[in-house]
Design a protein around this ligand. Structure first.
Ligand code: MLC
Length: 501
């Protein structure tokens, strides 16, 4: 496969004719440049056609201004010495000052060997500059290219809000050449690849360069969404729903054909961009983490995926760690967070216990209730146990008409009280689990009708129902975005402090 050099990559990513280089003459390291290194540099310039191992500048992607930093592998393997680091840091700092999202394309042998430890330590200032950029609420998107190794992978290559890799790219901490020389055997195959990192929940996707502009556009439509306040849409029609039997609602919520978070995104959202895993080596298909917009409302969606839980296994602690990745993203970028509750319960297993399920629920609760971002939670179907509770705390809680929330499945409650599961319907009625009871208790703010005017439920009108829910989400998210952050924050804490009193 032909690999693009840095300029070719930039040409593919930015709009035609929009590129403006920010590069100036490379600095000379204080330690100086000896003859041998000077000859290496001269050869590298000659063979690569560029003056250092990174190029920086700005352009537009689908009309939106962005800053770009990209490694040129042909220049001493894209290795980072003092001059390359200085160029990178200056570009990152300029992007921060100018409020530009930053795109990075890596391809590197890591620290420049000719410059040794000083070059090695320059990864610190690059990481610091990226951290400051993120702290300013600005997106940082990373494209890991072939090959990305060493200190580049271990600093700015791993600091993205969103990270994707080039197909077939070698991406690893220690380069295979070094491993072979040190350990006299070759590194196991198919480990240091973008595809494997994706399987392991370390990166979000593997995509070819041609798709980068579309992905960047979609990501930035959401990630920059909090910077412009959308106008408030018309409030959805609200018709009070009739009270109904709790056990009936539970049975309806369990119908196989009931729409879940995937249908909600398909029918009611745009710019949907799924993220993959925790970014730290775990993934759990029971939870879907995505960037999306409902109408004009940008948000991070954390949704319990009913079909994945049924097909694979119940949600474990990794799902909640993935959820907390979404929470961090929301609070860092000031983006609204929408959580979707639809779970028959979290995993009950050795692995879940040893993976810290209870602790993850606790951390999820405390992160969510104190998060500095507008939050809406939606009880879409089943809401069973701590796995459901972990995603509930929010400024506004919506429930589908047949949504419910209970400390554990009603069958479990029956087992505790009656030592059998036969009393589940009775327990469900007594425990106040159904939407109307949740509203009366102040846990739910609005109930969203299912199959208005008919006998059926959401399963009988998946598209219309999803759109109705999407309309409510858009309205509530934008309403919350328009409130001062302190009003939201204190209101949320006060609501839960008052509960039950
Ligand atoms: C990146 C690679 C997989 C690329 O392999 P390829 O076969 O495509 O290319 P190659 O090895 O021929 O490299 C191309 C040219 O770049 C040079 N080259 C490679 N890496 C370099 C580096 N870091 N500094 C200076 N020059 C470097 C090679 O000597 C070669 O020069 P010529 O053409 O003249 O022969 C391999 O080079 C590799 O394994 N490099 C080591 C990666 C690594 O472990 N880095 C850690 C560094 S320490 C670090 O970064 C700090 C940390 O780990 O935290």
């Amino acid at each position: 496969m032909k690999r693009l050099n840095a300029r070719e990559l930039i040409e593919i990513v930015v709009d035609e004719g929009s590129w403006r280089s920010w590069d100036t003459e490379p600095v000379v390291p204080a330690a100086g440049i000896d003859e041998a290194y000077a000859a290496d540099l001269a050869r590298a310039r000659e063979s690569s056609g560029v003056d250092e191992a990174v190029l920086t500048g700005e352009g537009t992607v689908k009309g939106r201004r962005v800053a770009v930093v990209a490694c040129e592998f042909k220049f001493l393997a894209g290795s980072i010495g003092v001059a390359a680091a200085e160029r990178l840091v200056q570009a990152i700092e300029r992007a921060t000052v100018e409020g530009l999202p930053l795109l990075a394309g890596t391809a590197s042998g890591g620290t420049r060997m000719q410059e040794g430890t000083t070059a090695f330590l320059s990864m610190v200032k690059i990481s610091a500059a990226v951290a400051a950029h993120r702290e300013a609420g600005l997106p940082f998107l990373v494209y890991l290219r072939h090959p990305t190794t060493g200190g580049v992978f271990a600093s700015w290559g791993s600091q993205g809000h969103l990270t994707v890799a080039e197909p077939g790219a070698l991406i690893g901490f220690l380069g295979p050449r070094v491993y072979e020389a040190l350990y006299h055997s070759s590194f196991p195959e198919n480990v240091q690849t973008g595809e494997n990192l994706h399987r392991r929940g370390l990166i979000d996707a593997v995509i070819p360069p041609e798709r980068i502009p579309a992905i960047v556009d979609r990501a930035l439509n959401v990630l920059l969404g909090a910077r412009e306040l959308p106008s408030l849409p018309v409030r959805p029609d609200y018709r009070p729903v009739a009270d109904q039997d709790a056990w009936e609602a539970i049975q309806r919520s369990r119908k196989a054909e009931r729409p879940g978070v995937r249908e909600l995104l398909r029918h009611a959202a745009r710019d949907v961009l799924p993220l993959n895993g925790t970014g730290q080596g775990e993934k759990d298909p029971g939870l879907l983490l995505a960037l999306a917009r409902f109408g004009d409302a940008p948000c991070i969606v954390l949704g319990q995926d009913r079909r994945s839980q049924a097909r694979h296994h119940p949600m474990g602690p990794a799902a909640l760690r993935e959820g907390r990745r979404g929470m961090r993203l929301a609070s860092e970028l000031g983006l609204p967070l929408v959580t979707v509750i639809d779970t028959p319960g979290a995993a009950l297993s050795k692995e879940a216990e040893e993976g810290g399920l209870a602790g993850e629920i606790a951390r999820s609760l405390s992160d969510l209730v104190t998060i500095n971002a507008p939050t809406v939670s939606l009880i879409l179907g089943e809401g069973s146990g701590g796995g459901a509770l972990a995603l509930i705390p929010a400024d506004v809680v919506l429930s589908a008409e047949n949504g419910w929330l209970s400390p554990l499945p009603p069958e479990g409650a029956s087992a505790i009280v009656h030592r059998d599961t036969d009393h589940a319907p009775e327990l469900a009625r007594r425990q106040g689990v159904k939407a109307m009871d949740l509203k009366d208790a102040g846990i739910v703010d609005h109930i969203i009708e299912e199959h208005p005017g008919g006998e059926g439920d959401a399963a009988d009108e998946p598209v219309e129902f999803s759109r109705r829910v999407g309309h409510w989400l858009e309205y509530e998210v934008i309403r919350l975005m328009r409130q001062p952050a302190t009003v939201r924050y204190h209101g949320r804490l006060a609501k839960y402090r008052r509960l039950g009193l």
